[in-house]
Write a protein that binds this ligand. Sequence first.
Ligand SMILES: [Zn+2]
Length: 181
Amino acid sequence: MNSICIFCQRDHTDTTIEHIIPRSLGNIHYILPKGKVCNKCNHRFSKYENQVLSSPAFMEERRRLKILNASNQQIGPPMKLASKNNFLLKMAYEAIYKSRPKLLDQYDLEPVREHLVSGKVLSFLDNQKLGPIQTQKSIPKWLQAFRLKNGKMKLEYLETVDQRLFVQFQMGRLMMRTRLA
Ligand SMILES: [Zn+2]
């Protein structure tokens, strides 16, 4: 069966299930339906994911929360800023697609999608200053948010009073944030 990838928007027949928050962090329920992300895009994202997840800060937190099994406890290379941002952007784009589609009407997330597909530079990457917040909400709703909370994780969106959109991911004591629009 053919599906359209939500990132590159191409027709494809891949049936991989996409984990919005990485599976290796213990997430098994917050996923996209089969085929929503093609294998080519998925492969591109796994590079950022592996970089971030194997960084010392993440490794330490995974160990502290006992998410990691003993055989897997090596320390990875330092986390690159670009990887960290892409890691967040990809997670946010999928989560919004699944749980908060109204945000796609309210904000222009096309630049984020294009950035993730073709590396096109985001004009606001340098301007990450948060400022006064109007809304701070979990992107996943109800049971999905509850399950993540059980895994000591939180994925939220923040709207500032001047109409900018941010995503914030927390895992234990780790917190990461980036601008989406
Ligand atoms: Zn794709």
